[in-house]
Design a protein around this ligand. Sequence first.
Ligand SMILES: Cc1ncc(COP(=O)(O)O)c(C=O)c1O
Length: 428
Amino acid sequence: MSRSPSLNLFEKARKLIPGGVNSPVRFFQPYPFFTNNARGSHIWDIDGNEYVDYCMGYGPLILGHANPIVVESLKEQLEKGMLYGTPTEQEVELAELVCKAVPCAEMIRLVNTGTEATMSAIRVARAYTGRKKIVTFEGCYHGAHDYVLVKAGSGATTFGIPKSLGIPEETTQNTLVLPYNDLEHFRKTIECESNQIAAVIMEPVIGNAGVILPKNNYLTEIRDMTEEHEILLIFDEVITGFRLAFGGAQEYYKVKPDIVTLGKIIGGGLPLAAFGGRKEIMEMVAPSGKVYQAGTFNGNPISVVAGLTTLKIIQREGETFYRKLEMKRITMCNAIRDLIEDKGYPIQVNDIASMFQLFFAEKEVYDYETARASDKLKFMTYHKNLLKRGIFIPPSQFETCFISSSHSTEDIERTIEAIEQSLKLSMK
Ligand SMILES: Cc1ncc(COP(=O)(O)O)c(C=O)c1O
């Protein structure tokens, strides 16, 4: 496996860009590969290596890389202009599609990133309730803004900075962080502080501490308790939106939050995100209301066209689209489970829809602490061995592997084989 062009570029990048990367999770030891191009389920580095990709841009690419229909729609839009600073018909079409698909969304505001979406959703929840505090859960990640970088998952945990420097205590003193999947703890906190809590924000399925599923009735109970205390429930569906089902986790689990944040898939691979909810909440957003939210690139035509085209492709196929994706994940994860059982490896597989992750742990992984207790070094050895065999998964235990509609049966078979060999080496 040749890697010297990537190494040379990384050495140059390190002098120009902090850590040589523009987002921390992209770094891994000894240095990341630099990408040349990608198509379908495959990605090629500048060193001439090809990989089956399960990182999929960290989730947005549910159709795979460079879907030809999406690319064509982008070319057409580029000819018509990149940015107008005026509303377009496509934004309205996208808003209509999203509001029909996502149960709690009666209105949405388009923004550019998941970070902006959760920041704005929290702001509007505070304005609506007139309360200051928010509840988050350990291991969830809601972007890189000040309110939510407390015991956050994803790169923040990978690099040991779940609470970032540079955030004044005053900013996070209104953020209460609770363990995920622990209803008793939640109940006590809510009962003590209910008249001060504006919102509970959560990933309904955690995708930023590996994959962690909600226990039976966990989401329903949270919904009931927040409703009882007039606290707004925000589902951060930046990962799960259009991933678990077309209507996201709220459709999958039949639990309707007050506010949703969407990102990743909604932009079809381009920067686009949204927050939405009931009309009376969303009408508080400027210019119809007094919660200020704005952005030069909000609803820009390029991202909107990529998102709209992507969502229409999924919509056209309907339920079958998700069933096919799920079958691929089941085939892969069942094979891994059989292998683990056969060899007696202390490994847990957490999976749902087209998301999965392996934890090098003896016991069930159901929250941040159990995820953190898994063996990170073994995970990195596993990652490295997969890479050598032409399989690219996110380089952290605290991320999710994503399957796209472009992953073929051969990809899945090749991956199972590579996982078998890599586990053998990692478990030595
Ligand atoms: C659940 C969740 N919320 C918010 C974000 C932040 O999104 P962005 O990276 O687009 O700012 C992420 C990013 O991974 C995410 O997974």
